[in-house]
Design a protein around this ligand. Sequence first.
Ligand code: NAP
Length: 218
Amino acid sequence: MTQPTTITLNDGHTIPQLGFGVWRLPNEDTPAIIKAAVDAGYRHIDTAQGYDNEEGVGTGIGQLDIPRDELFITSKERTGDQGYESTLKSFDGTMKRLMLETLDLFLIHWPAPRHDRYVETWKAFVDLQKQGRVRSIGVSNFLPEHIERIIKETGVRPAVNQIELHPYYQQRETREWLKAHDIAVECYSPIGGEGAALLKNPVIQDIAGLSTALLHRW
Ligand SMILES: NC(=O)c1ccc[n+]([C@@H]2O[C@H](COP(=O)([O-])OP(=O)(O)OC[C@H]3O[C@@H](n4cnc5c(N)ncnc54)[C@H](OP(=O)(O)O)[C@@H]3O)[C@@H](O)[C@H]2O)c1
């Protein structure tokens, strides 16, 4: 099995480029599905407190016959837990459920600007990283203005912004801004989210057919 391609983040750590998302998987099914994903070559698993399956991910990775340092595990903080002290407590919960010593990537799941707690939350993330409990810290669903604010208040850039991205929703301006600030774009809903609209697009079907034909020829 070839090693997955990795990308180097602005903090010097690497992330496997292709990840396996476990949103909507029930805890009881998650270990077997993770095993199937790892057998297929995935090394990067993306969960969140809000997916309510961190226990299943923890059990699944605990049953794998793969060294911990070959896996890359992401989780995301639930919006209701935002704030400095509540983030530290909520991170403890994640680590207990995942049964891990160190997390590879922790993200603020949503900025939730009306609550206005994402700056305090980010300060806790920075401290967790300084303590070595999480390797990389990042955000999800943040607009440039939210990221500018956390950088201004802490001096620390997120390594990643995980955002919805596919040919029907290209977010070009946000991507250009992230590139200029050396923040990796991590894409979710790559086949168009609910209903997988992209799979029905004739251009995408042509490209997929062409790729399959080329693969067969090789
Ligand atoms: N940070 C965030 O806020 C956020 C938000 C969304 C997702 N994510 C992450 O990104 C991951 C992927 O996102 P996603 O689930 O929205 O995206 P997706 O992979 O673009 O699409 C999922 C949709 O495609 C359908 N589907 C999947 N594989 C298919 C196939 N081979 N043939 C036909 N239909 C197929 C699914 O249908 P069924 O429902 O019928 O299976 C589902 O409706 C999540 O697991 C999560 O880790 C993050």
